[in-house]
Each structure stands twice: as structure tokens, then as C-alpha cells.
Design a protein around this ligand. Structure first.
Ligand SMILES: Cc1cc2nc3c(=O)[nH]c(=O)nc-3n(C[C@H](O)[C@H](O)[C@H](O)COP(=O)(O)OP(=O)(O)OC[C@H]3O[C@@H](n4cnc5c(N)ncnc54)[C@H](O)[C@@H]3O)c2cc1C
Length: 382
């Protein structure tokens, strides 16, 4: 809890409306679907924040950090709060919810750079970028994660790694409120030269700020970051059917393929992985034995349960990967698919038939037919 005096001091910084110490609100901020990593006993509540504060500017963040330094309070920032790591791990911690800092500040199409605030989700940025023929790295958490949190503070791996690396490598600069409350702008932007590199002048601090995995809010608050963008060869918009939250792709757009590939052994899968990486033909790759789910063939848990109980996944084998291939032109797409088939021929991999648009009712018939085709295709007996 915080005292009335402390609450008043925070309200003076951000305005009365943007501070809450109401138990109901605090409990809502402590409840997570995935706090197992933090709770040994597996409970869904993390420690209650002392208060929740929503700043709107870097200046306000600075003042909050400075205020905490004058007391025994600590600050824990989060951007979307999707991940339980943004939650306090002890008492007397203020949760800094950065939801109000949600601007895409700049998209530099020519130089392929975006500058964003903390509450810009991957889907917000990507939707804008597709219209310019550009794309950003999205981690496998899904489109609703904060691209800033991912690039500055937490992990950063995702299925489109084959084309766009991982979030830490795409960081081109940050505005950083240090634990002291000072602001440091790293890299070229700090020198007034634009947001094109996070390193220098002088020694780079990227290793300290993020290292491989990020400091998870333990090193101050990042209030802006610049991200490297990539070319996007797919459509500016996708045709989907269904309604929120259950959309599915009407059909795979031209010059784009989603493949499920089974390998006879782990070694064959690894060999193909290296070859595919060297050939540089994949847009995305991910490994999941439950490839039906990943391809959007199941839309609810009942279907998933049916699929698993049918034993089809287990029979196909453990060594299944999905990949996506996208071509800039018809010619490039054909060439990429030819290279993929060649690599599969060299490593014993086979493309599984993908049943698109499988309905949630009566799926056992299609699955049985699919299994028959899979058995005929696989080089090993399943
Ligand atoms: C179901 C699920 C699946 C996931 N899968 C993946 C995955 O495949 N790959 C992957 O990389 N990650 C994954 N994550 C983890 C996480 O969601 C991502 O790393 C994500 O990119 C971070 O964004 P976020 O919006 O979740 O961040 P938040 O929940 O807002 O914060 C994540 C961490 O970063 C810190 N932080 C956030 N914003 C700031 C800031 N402005 N300044 C300083 N520190 C800050 C927080 O304190 C917290 O520790 C997954 C999480 C869940 C719940």
C-alpha cells in the first residue's frame, strides 16, 4: 500500500485520474494467466502493486522514478502487461502502466526504420507497415505484444526469425529513463543524427541495456525505441472470415505457401534446417507436432482434443515443422518452392497435405482421409 501523501505526490505528477490504489484495480493488475514462472506454488496472482500509475510522457516517467528514489518505493514498468514478468515481485512496488504512451512516432519508409512508444503493439505497427510494403519482427507471443518491450526488455524470438532475426538485433536506438531518473538516448539519435543505429558514438551500451534476453524492467524505463524494418512481399491486407477473436484466412494469397513438413528423423530435420537457412528461402519457420492447430485448422479446444485423441499427430511423428514461403514475383516464388522441394529430396522430408478450412464439426472423416494420404507419402512406416 501507499500512504495518502505518496498517492497525492503521484497524482501531482500524472493527474488524479491516472493513479489508483483501489484494491479491486490492484488485484486486476496482479492476476495473470501465466505467472507460473514467478510463483513456485503455481498461483495466478503475483504480489499486489502498491499503486498503479499511468504516465503519458517521458517527463512524467522521470518524475515518478525520481519520486520513488526519494522513498522506499520501487517502480516496475510494463508496456502491454501481457507477460507476468511485468508484475511486482515484492511489496512497495509501483506498477507503471505505459498504455498511454502509444504513438507510432515515425515510419521512415526509405530507410526502413520505425520509432515507437511502449504501447505500440506488433499488430498496430505491422498493419501500418504492410501498406508501405514493409514488415516488422513479431514474436511468437502474437501480434498484441509490445514491439518496444520485446526489442528492449524481454526475449525476442518469433517464427519469422528466418527473415527478420530476433528483436534484440532489430533495435536501432532507445530513449531510456535510467534508474536515477536521467534520460539517456542511445546511439545516433542521442547525437541528433536520426535513429539509424543504437551503437556509439563511443562504447555501445546495447549489451548492458539488453544483453541476450533483456533486463525485464530491472534497469529503468524505455520510453521510445527505433526498430529495423524489413521488406514485405505479401499483400497489404488479408481477406479473412469469421469475427473477433476467431478470424481465419479465407485463402492463402498468391505467391505465398504454408507448408507442413515431416522428417524421418531428428538428424534429417536438423540437416534440412541448415540447408533452408543457407538457401534463405523461408519467410517463417516453426516446429510443432500439433501442426493442425498452428495452421488454423482447429478453432476451439474441442477440436484440438478430438485431433489429439485421434492419434493422428502421434502417428505422423515428432519431427514436423511448418514453414511459410513468400515470393516477390511469380518467378521468385516458383524458384523458392523448387529449392524447398530439392532440400526435402536431399533430406527425406515430405510435405504433408494441408487441409484448409476444416470445420469444427465432423472432422474425423477428413482426418482419416488425410492420414491415408500421409501414410502413402511418408518414407517411414507410421
Ligand atoms: C503465451 C505467451 C507466449 C509468449 N511467447 C513468446 C515468444 O514466442 N517469444 C518471445 O520472445 N516472447 C514470448 N512471450 C513473452 C513476451 O510476451 C514477449 O517477450 C513480448 O515481446 C514482450 O512484450 P509484452 O507486451 O508481453 O511486454 P510486457 O508484458 O509489457 O513486459 C515484458 C517485460 O519487459 C519489461 N518492460 C516492458 N516494457 C518496458 C519498458 N518500457 N521499459 C522497461 N522495461 C519494460 C516488463 O517489466 C516485463 O518484465 C510470450 C508470453 C506469453 C504470455
Amino acid at each position: 500500500m501507499i500512504s495518502d501523501q505518496e498517492k497525492k505526490a503521484l497524482e501531482d505528477i500524472v493527474g488524479e485520474r491516472w493513479v489508483s490504489a483501489d484494491p479491486c484495480t490492484l488485484d486486476a493488475y496482479s492476476f495473470y494467466m501465466n505467472p507460473e514462472a514467478l510463483n513456485k506454488e503455481g498461483g495466478r496472482f503475483t504480489p499486489r502493486p502498491a499503486a498503479v500509475v499511468l504516465p503519458a510522457t517521458t517527463r512524467e516517467v522521470q518524475e515518478i522514478v525520481r519520486f520513488c528514489n526519494r522513498t522506499d518505493l520501487m517502480v516496475k514498468p510494463f508496456s502491454t502487461g501481457f507477460c507476468a514478468m511485468g508484475s511486482p515481485s515484492r511489496d512497495r512496488v509501483i506498477t507503471l502502466d505505459l498504455k498511454r504512451m502509444n504513438r507510432i512516432i515515425e515510419i521512415d519508409v526509405r530507410n526502413q526504420i520505425a520509432v515507437v512508444e511502449p504501447y505500440v503493439r506488433a499488430i498496430d505497427l505491422q498493419t501500418r507497415l504492410f501498406k508501405h510494403g514493409l514488415n516488422c519482427h513479431v514474436v511468437s507471443a502474437g501480434g498484441h505484444h509490445s514491439v518496444l518491450a520485446s526489442a528492449t526488455s524481454a526475449w525476442g524470438t518469433g517464427v519469422n526469425g528466418p527473415t527478420m532475426g530476433y528483436s534484440g538485433r532489430n533495435l536501432l536506438g532507445v530513449e531510456w529513463v535510467l534508474p536515477t531518473g536521467e534520460v539517456l538516448t542511445l546511439g545516433s539519435a542521442g547525437n541528433g543524427a536520426g535513429w539509424f543505429t543504437a551503437d556509439g558514438p563511443g562504447p555501445s551500451l546495447r549489451g548492458i541495456l539488453r544483453g541476450y534476453q533483456g533486463a525485464f524492467g530491472g534497469l529503468g524505463v524505455f520510453t521510445k525505441c527505433a526498430l529495423k524494418l524489413y521488406r514485405w512481399d505479401g499483400p497489404a491486407e488479408f481477406e479473412v472470415e469469421g469475427c473477433s477473436p476467431s478470424y481465419s484466412l479465407k485463402e492463402v494469397p498468391p505467391r505465398m505457401a504454408l507448408n507442413a513438413i515431416a522428417f524421418p528423423s531428428s538428424q534429417a530435420m536438423r540437416d534440412a534446417g541448415y540447408k533452408l537457412g543457407e538457401a534463405d528461402i523461408e519467410y517463417a519457420q516453426f516446429r510443432t507436432p500439433m501442426f493442425f492447430v498452428a495452421l488454423g485448422m482447429s478453432r476451439n479446444n474441442r477440436t484440438l482434443k478430438q485431433i489429439l485423441e485421434s492419434g493422428v499427430v502421434q502417428r505422423i511423428g515428432r519431427f514436423v515443422v511448418n514453414n511459410a514461403v513468400i515470393g516477390y514475383s511469380d518467378r521468385e516464388f516458383k524458384w523458392k518452392m523448387r529449392v524447398l522441394r530439392q532440400i526435402l529430396a536431399e533430406t527425406g522430408g515430405v510435405m504433408l497435405p494441408v487441409v484448409a478450412g476444416l470445420s469444427t464439426v465432423n472432422i474425423m472423416g477428413p482426418i482419416r482421409r488425410l492420414m491415408k494420404r500421409v501414410r502413402a507419402l511418408l518414407p517411414v512406416k507410421v
